[in-house]
Design a protein around this ligand. Structure first.
Ligand code: SF4
Ligand code: MG
Length: 317
């Protein structure tokens, strides 16, 4: 709720703070239990920072983060690990980076179980066998090392590791972006099966509109640290309201009732401005084909303009 994460810009030999990067600048989103919220946007729009702030890898600069009605944004680290850490897990683009190359698959999966003091040795062995089976691994792989696996297999390990603590919410940040398209589909299908089986809630962060469309129930479009549009998937993809969403969608073929239909391509002028110095008014005004006078001066409110369909744009206020 109104969540912001600003990072100080430090310059000079004394590292004085000379400005703020407004990586996330006042966003309000929600996801219901068992649903998938997709967050899309170009690189640098703040979607990864948002994901990390949701799970308190960062403390938000402003606003609240409600998890099952409870504000977790100011909890101390010890309270966090006692209450929410186990319930919220994250999957990253490159699971290999977070795996100790000298540890076997077995000890990688053992780690979270030992940290959280779950099960005895026999119980852990059973849990690991169950996890491996669930993500489609042969149990004989258990003594292999991360480098012996392909990218897709490593992502399965990342998923198994996230599942080890029986979380309720999983945040996936570009989790399939580095994989070939056919492997992407396998991982997404696996994630959807696991969601149904365990009633998991997902926040799926990606720059890829097609992937997000496939997996999400609701979708938020971010630009320069703000949410431009947030709606149920069908509404967002079939009836986008915000000029930025319209432009993004014009670049991807959209499946329609009568086959694939390519919308008229809208090419945005210019580059994304720096989040250290975002434009006044609507942050999108420097590139918006529909910009008006007011857009340069006044920041549009993020408003619900149709049922569960939120937009930040003066065209709808
Ligand atoms: Fe474009 Fe103005 Fe809407 Fe911003 S507020 S998206 S500049 S029309
Ligand atoms: Mg789903």
């Amino acid at each position: 709720v109104n969540m912001a994460k600003h990072f100080p810009i430090k310059t000079g030999i004394f590292q004085r703070t000379t400005g703020q990067i407004k990586a996330v600048d006042g966003i309000s989103l929600y996801v219901k239990k068992g649903e998938t919220l997709g967050i899309v946007g170009e690189s640098g729009c703040g979607k990864s920072t948002a994901g990390r702030t949701f799970i308190r890898l960062y403390e938000p600069t402003e606003g609240k983060v409600l998890f099952k009605g409870r504000d977790i944004s100011r909890l101390s680290e010890s309270e966090l690990s006692r209450t929410v850490r186990k319930n919220i897990q994250m999957i990253f683009q490159d699971p290999y980076a977070s795996m100790n190359p000298r540890k076997t698959l077995k000890s990688i999966l053992n780690e979270p179980l030992i940290t959280h003091k779950l099960y005895d040795r026999k119980g852990r062995d059973e849990k690991i066998a169950e996890l491996l089976n669930r993500v489609g691994f042969n149990p004989s792989f258990i003594n292999r090392y991360p480098h012996e696996f392909s990218g897709g297999q490593r992502q399965r390990i990342g998923i198994a590791r996230a599942l080890a603590l029986n979380p309720e919410l999983i945040i996936a940040d570009e989790a399939v972006s580095a994989l070939d398209v056919s492997i992407q589909a396998q991982i997404i299908n696996l994630m959807e099966d696991l969601q149904d089986e365990f009633g998991l809630t997902y926040i799926f962060i990606s720059h890829d509109l097609s992937v997000v469309r496939h997996i999400s129930d609701r979708v938020a479009v971010m630009y320069l640290g703000k949410v431009m549009e947030f709606a149920r998937k069908k509404d967002l993809y079939e009836d986008p309201l915000h000029p930025y969403t319209t432009a993004l969608l014009s670049a991807v073929p959209v499946p329609r009732k009568r086959g694939i239909q390519q919308r008229e391509r809208i090419v945005l002028k210019g580059d994304v401005p720096s989040p250290a110095n975002p434009p006044s008014g609507c942050v999108f005004h420097t590139r918006c084909p529909a910009a008006m006078d007011i857009c340069r001066k006044v920041t549009p409110d993020f408003q619900e303009v149709k049922k569960e369909h939120y937009v930040a744009c003066h065209l709808y206020q």
